[in-house]
Every structure is written in C-alpha cells, then in structure tokens.
Design a protein around this ligand. Sequence first.
Ligand SMILES: NC(=O)c1ccc[n+]([C@@H]2O[C@H](COP(=O)([O-])OP(=O)(O)OC[C@H]3O[C@@H](n4cnc5c(N)ncnc54)[C@H](O)[C@@H]3O)[C@@H](O)[C@H]2O)c1
Length: 418
Amino acid sequence: MQQYQVKDIALAEQGRKNIEWAESRMSALLAIRERFVKEQPFKGLRIGLALHITKETAVLVETLKAGGGSVAIASCNPLSTQDDVAAALAKEGIAVHGKKGESVEEYYEYIRAVIATNPHLTVDDGCDLVSEIHKNHPKLIPSIIGGTEETTTGVIRLRAMAEEGSLKYPVVAVNDNRTKHLVDNYYGTGQSALDGILRATNILFAGKSVVVVGYGECGKGVAQRSRGLGANVLVTEIDAFRALQAVLDGFRVLPIADAVKEGDVFITVTGNKHVIRKEHFGQMRDGAVLVNAGHFDVEIDLASLKSLAKKQRQMRPSLEEYTLASGKRLYVGGEGRLINLAAAEGHPSEVMSFSFCGQALALEFLAKQRGKLSPGVIVLSQEVDDAIAELQLRALGVRKDTLTAEQRKYLSGWQEGT
Ligand SMILES: NC(=O)c1ccc[n+]([C@@H]2O[C@H](COP(=O)([O-])OP(=O)(O)OC[C@H]3O[C@@H](n4cnc5c(N)ncnc54)[C@H](O)[C@@H]3O)[C@@H](O)[C@H]2O)c1
C-alpha cells in the first residue's frame, strides 16, 4: 500500500503556508492541541478519517497526531481536496489519499486505503467510511473503539443503521453539537456556498431571484446571506414549521414547481434526492444557475438534465452549460457537488475551528470511554458543547457574564412567583 496518494507532492510548500494561515484563525483548536501534546489521549491508537482534505482539516489531523494518534485520511468528496494541503500533509508523513477530481473508483480506493490501516477510531463526513466498513470489512469492527460523524446527512444514515440494528459500534454525532450545526451549517454554509457560486460564476447577486431549496440550518444561512447581497430570496420546504419560519423571517415560500419559473439561481440544501428534477428544467429561465450545497450530488437530477440537453460544454472551471432542445441554457456549478468545496475552499477557518474542536473532543471522549459504550449514535453532553463555546469566546477575546448566587438559586427553584 502506498504511503500517500496525492496529485503533486511539489505543491507542499504552498499547502504548508495555507495550513499556517488556517491555524492563525483556529486558536481554540490549537488550545486543545496544546493539552493533547501533554496528555497524549491517542497514544497507541490509529485514527482513520474520511473528511474534506482542506487546510482546516489539516489542522485537525495535526492536532490528532500531536495527541499521539497515528493518522490516515481519505477525502470524503471527489472534488473537495485541496491538492497543496494534501501534499503538505504527505510531506509530514501523514498517510493521505485524495486528489481534486478523483474518479468514484479512486474515491473508494482511497477510503479502502484508510480502512487498511485497521483504525481504532473513525472520523466520517457523510458516513461512507462507516458504511464501507460495515458492508465490506466487518472483521475490523471488534477492534474499533468508536467513530465520529461530521454532517447532517451522515447522522441521518447512522440513525437509519442504528434503527435497523446494523450499526455495530458507537458513533458520536458531532453535527448535533450546538457549536457545530448552529455555526458550521448556518454561518459556514451561508458564507461559503455563496463564495463558491461567485467564484464559479462571478454573477451579481443584487436583484436576482435566488431560490433556496430547504430551510434547515444550512438553508437559513444561505437565505440570509443571499438577502444580504441584495437578492430576492424564495424558499421551498416540505416541513410545515420550517416553511413557517421562512415566512416569518421575511421570505416568500412557494412550491418548487412554481419557483422553477422564477429563479435566476437555485441552491439546494436539503440532504434529499432529486429536489430539482426532470419536469423542472424545461420551465426554468434561460441562463438560470443551479448549484447544490447539500452533502451528496443527488439533489439536482443531473442524469435527467444530461438526457434533456442537446449540447453540453464546460463554460469555465466549476461551471457547465447545458443547452436544451428549446435553445434554453442552464448552468450547473461544481457538477452538482457541494459548491462551497468544489468551487471554493469550504467554510472559513474560524467556523471549522468550532466543528473540529467538537471532533477532537469527541475522539478524546471515545478513547477515554473505550469498552464502555454500546453501539449506537451518541450525542456529546452539554458540558462538552459549553466547553467548546468557552474556548471560542476566549479565542475571540470576548468576555461574558456569569450567574450571581441569587440568580442561580432563582433559576433552580420554583417557590418564588408574582
Ligand atoms: N455545504 C456544506 O459545507 C455543508 C455543511 C453542513 C451540512 N451540509 C449538508 O447540507 C444538507 C442540509 O443540512 P442541514 O443541516 O441544513 O439539514 P436540515 O435537516 O437542518 O435541513 C434540511 C431541510 O431540507 C428540507 N427538505 C427535505 N426535502 C425537501 C424537499 N424535497 N424540498 C424542500 N425542502 C426539503 C427539510 O424539511 C429540512 O428543513 C445535508 O446534506 C448536510 O449534510 C453541507
């Protein structure tokens, strides 16, 4: 097995600078690293990761290594690897497997390279690593202490596995930390999805009709930031309460069948399949831009779009033009994969510091609880979440208040009333 598989090891110098740049924005995670250096929570443990190979992920990888872990990483998306960062990690002796633009076959080859290291701990983003282990390498499961999962889609898949009794080791749903989904999904996707669209298209948002498909944590952020740039934001939802939230936040809510006729830009963030599909493409405006920021590339039915198109060409990096029989042109960003990672650099480092503090502390928790946890999906305690928020506040130099003794007593009692 090759020690690493990267596009070009000569890119390592720029990758190292990018990692240093990310570090300079991730001091909360660096504070955890400092403690890990002393306490060595992962001494003797092998950690296998399938994450987007970005400069921020590199800071996490080096934190786990500093904590005594032996780390192997594969990318969790064929288009998200930052090749210079991968090269820099390889140069540091990390077993890194990923190239921007890798094929689906290579994608699974790289995941299998991580599995081949026989990890004690797994770190996943989307559950492909966990499902590959369960489907094709079940013999490894007895030596696995536990795993962590980064994103909503992965947690949904893990809960489905747990429900049918298929999940055979404990996995921490890092996404369920408040300091993850209310920050990363909301502020992170809100900014970086637009960053991806702008890098792919350089269009003006002001005055455009932007359709946000799905008003969850990611969709809320994307809708807010689009409005901030002057777009008229339309929202589609299938959940009654979230549709109401969108209305009360000041957005127009309508069915996708109507929205397709009005949108200049469509951004899918549902974690669901074919939310924009065959019957919709022909009704769209000429020049409409379609992107996805949900985990998998299944939200826009690209196979149908391809079958409808009489011509297809790469317009510019991360932007493909599809010409329909009517002559109408539609533009798809980042091949329908996460636009913020395919066309830009993913979330800002400040945001990933929150998420990866959660990953680091979840892995430490699993290592400490070795042998004591049952298979299933675990949510970290409120104390861990609060500790991450405290670290972030300290990193930002922000001071908050604390309860007085009188207030603590008041909040824990029931006798005092009108
Ligand atoms: N791009 C990124 O960097 C990034 C970051 C975090 C999460 N994600 C991914 O983004 C997706 C959304 O995550 P989230 O945390 O916002 O999830 P969420 O569950 O909070 O929100 C998804 C929303 O989509 C709605 N929905 C489902 N099917 C729909 C349909 N057919 N039409 C309209 N709405 C529909 C749901 O009702 C829900 O409100 C997931 O796949 C997640 O893994 C991406």
